[in-house]
Ligand binder design. Structure first.
Ligand code: ADP
Length: 436
């Protein structure tokens, strides 16, 4: 089997050309390259039919048929190989080709997978279906397309990743592939690979721009909310001072001031999140570890959030009663705790919130449990991603909190996970080595 794959190039003398050699000679390599380039130039980076057009351009440059196989970048070792695009006038023939070369009905990897896995090309100027027997553990299906010359080239990027493979063949009525065709095919594969890489980068870039735009609109919306409330409160105060100064009692002023304070805190927290994200992303956020007591940090965060707790109706059961000492970054721990408790308040539907802690000499495990909306199973992984906001409950926030939390936890060598049952609540569990 391996011998068949390795022995890829046959010397021209052994190949021989059939009766159509003159016809082929008329079509110069340069013509084919120019044709291919012209077709490629017309392909718009973002076009959805890039691969179909690529297959057509290759088939027209090198003759008869072309199948393009792409590896799933998420799962490069996946068993199923899908044909991303193909060009042959006859649809049924394409299905038969796919079945014969890639999707063997009874097992075996198939020729295309061998080419991709070994990143080595397969060249048979005189091809016969029997040559592929070593690629199947069972009997091969019948090849209904009369292919008599075949090239399968891996598509390898500059940094050595294999994106997939290009399969081209010629019918019995046309000339066999020559060494020149092979060189042309390698050249085409390398250009097609670049084109595909560029298209992928372009798509990623578009997605990143879209993500940034969404983020900017969420951020401006979120920042405007406390700002509008502040403005409204200020206008009410102003009007009251003009129309009924006697009504401006110290109690009234204090009430308004407390509301000012809350909204300013909210804006402060949002701006803080934005700054932390950019610092985390460019690696300029510094870690300052020192001996500290997690119990005090929990107490502090709970005290700071007492107004929100009261407003939500949730009672907080703080089970961290003994000192929990370790060497951590106190600011980051404070941020983590504040975030988890705020979320429990925000999504807890006024039900009790529990904080529990378990410690061993090496590790500390802390959980924040609420009995609120819960998180849909499909969202459990996503909520830790940047800009992800769930669909349950309040949609307030930048979708950054848990991303920052996870970054902080991991920066201290810890892990964070969540368990949740929709409509019953969520438990966020944090595990930290005692000394990071
Ligand atoms: P945000 O600041 O927008 O709340 P987070 O990153 O903190 O962003 O949370 C992301 C999403 O995770 C939220 O939009 C919410 O849907 C979900 N989530 C976080 N904590 C909880 C919780 N305790 N209960 C239910 N859903 C939660």
């Amino acid at each position: 089997m391996s011998e068949d794959v390795e022995k890829v190039r046959l010397p021209l003398a052994e190949v021989g050309l059939d009766d159509h050699s003159e016809e082929l000679a008329d079509r110069s390599e340069v013509d084919a390259q120019v044709g291919f380039f012209r077709a490629m130039a017309e392909i718009d980076m973002g076009s959805g039919d890039l691969l179909e057009r690529l297959a057509r351009a290759v088939a027209e440059a090198v003759f008869d048929l072309c199948l393009i196989y792409l590896v799933d970048p998420e799962e490069p070792g996946a068993r199923d190989l899908t044909c991303a695009a193909a060009y042959h006038p006859d649809r049924e023939a394409l299905e038969n080709l796919h079945c014969f070369f890639a999707d063997l009905p009874r097992g075996g990897d198939g020729l295309v997978r061998h080419v991709i896995q070994r990143q080595s090309l397969y060249f048979r100027p005189r091809f016969a279906p029997g040559l592929l027997q070593p690629y199947s553990t069972d009997e091969l299906p019948e090849l209904k397309v009369p292919i008599h010359s075949l090239i399968v080239v891996p598509m390898i990027t500059g940094d050595g990743r294999c994106l997939g493979a290009l399969l081209v063949g010629r019918h019995a009525t046309t000339a066999s592939f020559s060494d020149r065709d092979l060189a042309l095919m390698e050249w085409i594969a390398s250009h097609a690979t670049t084109k595909l890489e560029n298209a992928r980068l372009y798509r990623d870039l578009q997605a990143a721009v879209q993500e940034r735009d969404t983020f900017i609109s969420i951020a401006s919306h979120e920042l405007r909310t406390p700002l509008s409330t502040l403005k409204l409160q200020a206008q009410i105060l102003q009007r009251l001072a003009q129309r009924d100064p006697a009504a401006l009692t110290p109690a009234k002023i204090m009430e308004k001031m407390a509301s000012f304070d809350r909204n300013i805190d909210r804006m402060d927290a949002l701006i803080d999140q934005l700054l932390n994200v950019s610092r985390l992303m460019d690696g300029t956020l510094t870690t300052q570890t020192a001996p500290c007591d997690l119990r005090l940090i929990v107490d502090d965060a709970a005290t700071r959030l007492s107004v929100e707790l009261q407003a939500s109706g949730s009672a907080l059961h703080n089970g961290v009663q003994d000192p929990v000492r370790g060497t951590w970054d106190e600011n980051r721990l404070d941020h983590i705790l504040t975030n988890l408790i705020s979320n429990a308040i925000k999504y807890g539907r006024g039900n009790p919130i529990t904080i529990a802690c378990d410690q061993t000499p090496e590790t500390v495990s802390l959980e924040v449990r609420d009995q609120g909306h819960g998180i849909l199973p499909g969202h459990l992984d996503r909520i830790f991603a940047r800009f992800e906001r769930g669909t349950q409950g309040s949609r307030q926030g930048l979708g950054l909190g848990l991303w920052i939390v996870r970054e902080y936890v991991e920066s201290m060598g810890g892990t964070i996970e969540v368990e949740s049952v929709p409509d019953q609540g969520s438990t966020f569990r944090l595990r930290l080595p005692r000394h990071c």
